[in-house]
Ligand binder design. Structure first.
Ligand SMILES: [Zn+2]
Length: 225
């Protein structure tokens, strides 16, 4: 009934880093839940009646995304125990009961987040949530067609976009699971105008074998890493 984060605790200890704390800080903001780590397991705080404690804003409304809150609660309450790890290469992924976040990949997403976007939209909490969704304590779905066709988002991506919508417009909306490589960087569109710019780039490349340098996707909401 909790998520095993002991490897991540050990990773931070060995490397003098605080990535697990960054994840928990983002997750608190994105779910409104208060988290604690008890003997290597991630738990959320409950009141005396056993209900989740949820942070509220000045108006008394719950903070964060209800979609994210419900999913993470369900994952922690699941009868099976998910196991989370931090790695520094090989990418982030999740399957079965295991999921991992690649800290270097995540830092490159954060560093490449355009100024019109909140850096947390592909930050540590959102990466944790995305990979968690792939597991059996999440929704148990891997990537399908979106892993081969540009412009598709898939079921995990759709849920992540639902969370983004609840978090606010500065989280944008991811418009492709796949990135596009241009000018030595990879680009992911987070609004329709940026998606259109990237699409024109792809069309130009297919039709003429060249790129339009004036259409570099540096407008709107995007991540280039
Ligand atoms: Zn994924």
């Amino acid at each position: 009934m909790r998520i095993d984060v002991s490897q991540a605790q050990q990773y931070d200890k060995d490397n003098g880093t605080n990535f697990l704390q960054k994840i928990i800080s983002d997750l608190s903001e994105q779910t409104g839940l208060s988290f604690s780590i008890n003997k290597g397991f991630l738990e959320y705080e409950k009141d005396d009646d056993g209900n989740a404690l949820i942070s509220t804003d000045q108006n008394g409304d719950p903070m964060g995304s209800s979609i994210s809150r419900d999913l993470i609660k369900k994952g922690i309450d699941h009868k099976e125990t998910g196991k989370f790890s931090l790695v520094n290469s090989g990418g982030s992924h999740g399957m079965g009961l295991n999921f991992q976040v690649d800290v270097n990949q995540t830092e490159s997403f954060i560093a490449g987040t355009g100024s019109a976007l909140n850096k947390k939209t592909m930050g540590f909490g959102m990466m944790f949530t995305h990979e968690f969704l792939h597991t059996d304590i999440g929704i148990g779905k891997l990537h399908g067609r979106e892993a081969n066709e540009w412009g598709r988002i898939g079921s995990v991506g759709n849920i992540m976009n639902g969370i983004r919508k609840q978090m606010g417009s500065d989280y944008g909306e991811r418009h492709s699971y796949l990135s596009v490589g241009l000018n030595g960087k990879s680009h992911i569109p987070f609004d329709l105008s940026n998606r259109q710019l990237l699409y024109q780039q792809i069309q130009g490349r297919i039709k003429r074998g060249i790129l339009y340098p004036t259409l570099s996707p540096i407008r709107g909401k995007y991540i280039s890493y």
